[in-house]
Design a protein around this ligand. Structure first.
Ligand code: AMP
Ligand code: MG
Length: 412
């Protein structure tokens, strides 16, 4: 049994790195930048008015009201090109260039205009209502770095610097299938002893949110030969061929996720099949609750995760391990879930011999603390409780979390 940190190191070591591709900005959410985003211009590109009003010399408005001669106007897209002198004002619109000679903008609400003159009713302070040239960013400065995940909040900034297209790392191909003779597809009516396959769909969505191109393969019954053929086909081995490693094609860097059949039951065939196919198994037991029997292996160029069948274990092990591998193949510099701290609103039991990462929901209390609400997590199969999860709370092996204790959390 290896600690979670060790499992993560192995995943980092074994993950492949995909090349970059150029895509349209509009399709870039969730992708990983393969180039630095640089400012190709100063912003603002000129001293810019924040208000509709009058550009003035602040010294002229020290004593108000004061009457100034309107010598022209500056509108967004067409500024006023003459130099403004003392005693003068230029009508100006939001977003327009502040003319040379002016050093403040007074908003229209405190002005009165008539007959080519404007009365400024309140003093304008130096630089008032002006966004200074290059105060947001200077030309050539780095805005975002290679390896960052593109979020929707970043789009306007990227667009501002002319990146209609941009370089991102290619999506890893992820194939997913579930094992279990009790499993039927979502659209089917489960018969006696059967349940629906919730894992495959969950994994497809999780994998795609991490930037992968994910496909669900048909599910497999608990049968050694069938599973062997299925895995062989999924990794691009000819079915039937029990594989010495050399026969595995080296051209398809991808990730295969299998759920179920990794424990020690009589019908748990994932590990024996991987061995029979000649897979290199990097780990098969992690000091983790839920998710102890997680398997990580490679067959040819295909990284294989064997996750336990329970949907909550699948989710937790995906977040801790598979997500990381998917992001790693895209050279992300943010492969970790965001970490933080929160206060337990109740006692939460850990496990004697394993670290726990339990799904919890979050709230805030009247002291302004982020609090952990246990999900009445009645076991690793409780995916209905899991539906409310917002974080995983970390409980070190052999410990419990007491009420009001501060604990480390990983945001989902
Ligand atoms: P296993 O890891 O195969 O022993 O499965 C553990 C538990 O998870 C069993 O109760 C299974 O019925 C359940 N399970 C396995 N695969 C799935 C699946 N694809 N969807 C929902 N539940 C599953
Ligand atoms: Mg099973």
């Amino acid at each position: 049994m290896i600690p979670v940190s060790e499992a993560i190191k192995i995943i980092e070591r074994e993950s492949f790195a995909l090349p970059a591709e150029t895509i349209d900005l509009e399709n870039s959410i969730g992708r990983i930048l393969a180039e630095n985003i640089k400012a190709d211009m100063d912003l603002p590109p000129f001293d810019r008015s924040q208000m509709d009003g009058f550009a003035v010399r602040s010294n002229d408005t020290k004593i108000t009201p004061v009457r100034l001669k309107i010598i022209g106007e500056s509108v967004a897209g067409k500024g006023f090109d003459q130099k403004m002198k003392s005693g003068e004002a230029v009508r100006i619109m939001t977003g327009a260039r502040v003319p040379e000679g002016a050093d403040a903008v007074q908003k229209i609400e405190v002005t009165k205009e008539n007959d080519g003159f404007v009365e400024i009713l309140e003093p304008a302070k130096l630089a008032q209502n002006i966004n200074k040239f290059a105060s947001e960013i200077e030309k050539g400065a780095k805005v975002f770095s290679k390896g960052e995940i593109i979020s929707e909040q970043m789009i306007a900034a990227i667009a501002s610097f002319g990146y209609a297209k941009l370089k991102v790392f290619q999506k890893p191909q992820v194939s997913i299938f579930s094992t279990g003779s009790e499993i039927v597809e979502i659209g089917e009516i489960p018969q006696k002893d059967q349940i629906r396959n919730s894992n495959s769909m969950m994994l497809k969505v999780l994998a795609e949110n991490a930037g992968a191109q994910a496909d669900i393969l048909p599910q497999v019954h608990d049968d050694f030969e069938t599973l062997k053929n299925h895995i062989a086909e999924a990794v691009g081995l000819k079915s039937q061929v029990p594989g010495p490693k050399s026969q595995v094609p080296k051209n398809q860097s991808k990730i295969l996720i299998i759920t179920g059949g990794v424990s020690v039951g009589d019908y748990d065939f994932t590990k024996p099949v991987l061995r029979a196919l000649g897979a290199e198994i990097f780990f098969e037991k992690v000091s983790l609750k839920p998710g102890k029997p997680t398997v990580f292996a490679r067959l040819g160029d295909v990284l294989i995760f064997g996750l336990p069948g329970n949907p909550v274990s699948v989710a937790v092990t995906f977040y801790l391990f598979v997500r990381r591998a998917i992001l790693q193949t895209q050279s992300s510099t943010h492969c970790d879930l965001k970490r933080g701290f929160a206060v337990c609103s109740d006692k939460i039991k850990g496990a004697k011999e394993r670290d726990s990462y339990l799904p919890v929901s979050l709230s805030t209390n009247k002291h302004g603390n982020l609090t952990i609400e246990s999900l009445r997590f009645s076991g690793s199969s409780n995916f209905i409780a899991f539906a409310r999860a917002e974080a995983l709370v970390f409980i070190p092996q052999g410990k419990n979390l007491e009420k009001n204790e501060t604990a480390e959390i990983l945001f989902l």
